[in-house]
Design a protein around this ligand. Structure first.
Ligand SMILES: CC(C)(COP(=O)(O)OP(=O)(O)OC[C@H]1O[C@@H](n2cnc3c(N)ncnc32)[C@H](O)[C@@H]1OP(=O)(O)O)[C@@H](O)C(=O)NCCC(=O)NCCS
Length: 177
């Protein structure tokens, strides 16, 4: 058993921390390929924080200290993403662990598992959570599998071979199992 993970909404005061995390080397392979600036981070995440863009941004915390980021959004609200994954409904999740020392210690799977309930709680009329990873992102695929997601299909995300995974409800049971 690890220490308990909690979640809270991202706020404007967190943006310097987000900028620091997004420039960490361990995010370069898949999540944030190029270094980013405080202004770019404010332009991307500010509207989401203010409710001007249809996505909920959250921090994951342990003992009150933020260590990771998760976002969730209704697939139907993002036309490009809806077309890319070829589904019309459900809630999509993206995540990363910002603190490099916490990678690969079994925290990601717990962070994702607990967040499914949070994400579906924000969209009570939705039943499914989707997550997508590049095929080469073995850590993320294994993390999502460990958090109860099942592979659905492969697809191209901006030209990159990716896999779509799904999980329903709060129980660690894949749909149709
Ligand atoms: C993806 C991420 C959240 C996973 O969290 P994590 O804490 O590192 O993963 P965990 O320690 O919980 O490991 C979960 C599973 O993945 C496995 N795993 C971890 N790193 C791995 C790697 N590099 N290759 C293969 N499997 C790996 C673990 O052994 C574990 O498997 P198990 O349940 O069979 O024992 C984290 O690595 C991360 O933030 N990566 C950078 C951002 C990113 O790629 N986000 C996903 C894009 S949406």
């Amino acid at each position: 058993m690890g220490r308990e993970i909690s979640y809270r909404p991202l706020v404007e005061a967190d943006l310097p921390l987000m900028t620091d995390w997004l420039n960490q080397v361990h995010l370069r392979a898949f999540y944030q390929r190029d270094p980013t600036t405080a202004a770019e981070v404010a332009a991307k995440y500010g509207p989401r924080i203010r409710g001007e863009a249809p996505a909920h941004c959250s921090l994951a915390l342990m003992d009150g200290a933020p260590f990771g980021y998760l976002q969730c959004y209704r697939v139907a609200d993002w036309a490009d993403w809806r077309e890319a994954i070829g589904v019309e409904h459900g809630v999509a999740i993206d995540l990363f662990i910002g603190e490099p020392g916490l990678i690969g210690r079994g925290i990601g799977r717990r962070m994702l598992d607990g967040f499914v309930k949070v994400a579906l709680g924000r969209y009570p009329d939705e039943r499914l959570c989707w997550i997508a990873h590049e095929l080469e992102n073995h850590a993320a695929r294994q993390c999502s599998t460990a958090a109860g997601f099942s592979p659905v299909k492969t697809f191209l995300d901006d030209g990159r071979a990716s896999i779509l995974m799904v999980r329903q409800g709060s129980a660690l049971t894949p749909p149709n199992a």
